[in-house]
Design a protein around this ligand. Sequence first.
Ligand SMILES: Nc1ncnc2c1ncn2[C@@H]1O[C@H](COP(=O)(O)OP(=O)(O)OP(=O)(O)O)[C@@H](O)[C@H]1O
Ligand SMILES: [Mg+2]
Length: 268
Amino acid sequence: MNAHTLMEGAADAPFYLPQGDECEIFATAARNDLPLLLKGPTGCGKTRFVSHMAATLGRPLYTVACHDDLSAADLIGRYLLKGGETVWVDGPLTRAVREGAICYLDEVVEARKDVTVVLHPLTDDRRILPIDRTGEELEAAEGFMLVASYNPGYQNILKTLKPSTRQRFLAVEFDFPVQEHEIAVVARESGLDPERVKPLVRLADKLRDLKGQDLEEGVSTRLVIYAATLIKQGMPVERAITAAMIEPLTDDADVKRGLLDLVTAIFG
Ligand SMILES: Nc1ncnc2c1ncn2[C@@H]1O[C@H](COP(=O)(O)OP(=O)(O)OP(=O)(O)O)[C@@H](O)[C@H]1O
Ligand SMILES: [Mg+2]
């Protein structure tokens, strides 16, 4: 099976243009009960990729946006008071484990440490989810798959995955698509003519070269789509670029001026 046949696997799957062999890796991991970790900068297509693959494989998808307050109970479930009665309510992870769905933990490094403890028995060959509060020990249903993502660019020493956690996952690195692919993606998502998208993508590439110097992070494909969408709606190109590709990147007036010089160099 190649990426092309996979992309056409489900007619109503969200559009995703593969960058490499990530669709095959995902499909193979899914068939073999292996968890998958997606690494890459913001707005490069990780979330879209997961929705596309879930639809293509015909598996339900539970997405959890992890944050620094997210606890194991948020994932597993808790007792809630309903009409005077205490009832157990499954969290998204438990639901996915029971139903054989894909559970996608977005920005997993943000989650509290007790979350990783829950993930360990699920991500080795035991594939079990112990629920302490109810005394249950759930075996993952066929089709259950754990997918997690994070952005290594923001990593700090306090927020990183322990080797014992990361070495339970297959991992794929994502980056921004090559220019030709990014033009196709932006044109498709915004409806703007590819010829008019081209210079926006060239600008994005130049802005990405500044990562680590003037900018913390290169401009995302998401922002290029925003710029193209504004232009498609009739906004003047320079205004659209400022609002979508310059202002979101920095607050520093000097850096902004430097970025605008790049815009002038490309758009004249
Ligand atoms: N290869 C691709 N095929 C189709 N669309 C893409 C692709 N790459 C990026 N996109 C587009 O870029 C937008 C941003 O991608 P997405 O939300 O998946 O990024 P992300 O990597 O999950 O970012 P974050 O880390 O901020 O959550 C998507 O809405 C989609 O329109
Ligand atoms: Mg995302």
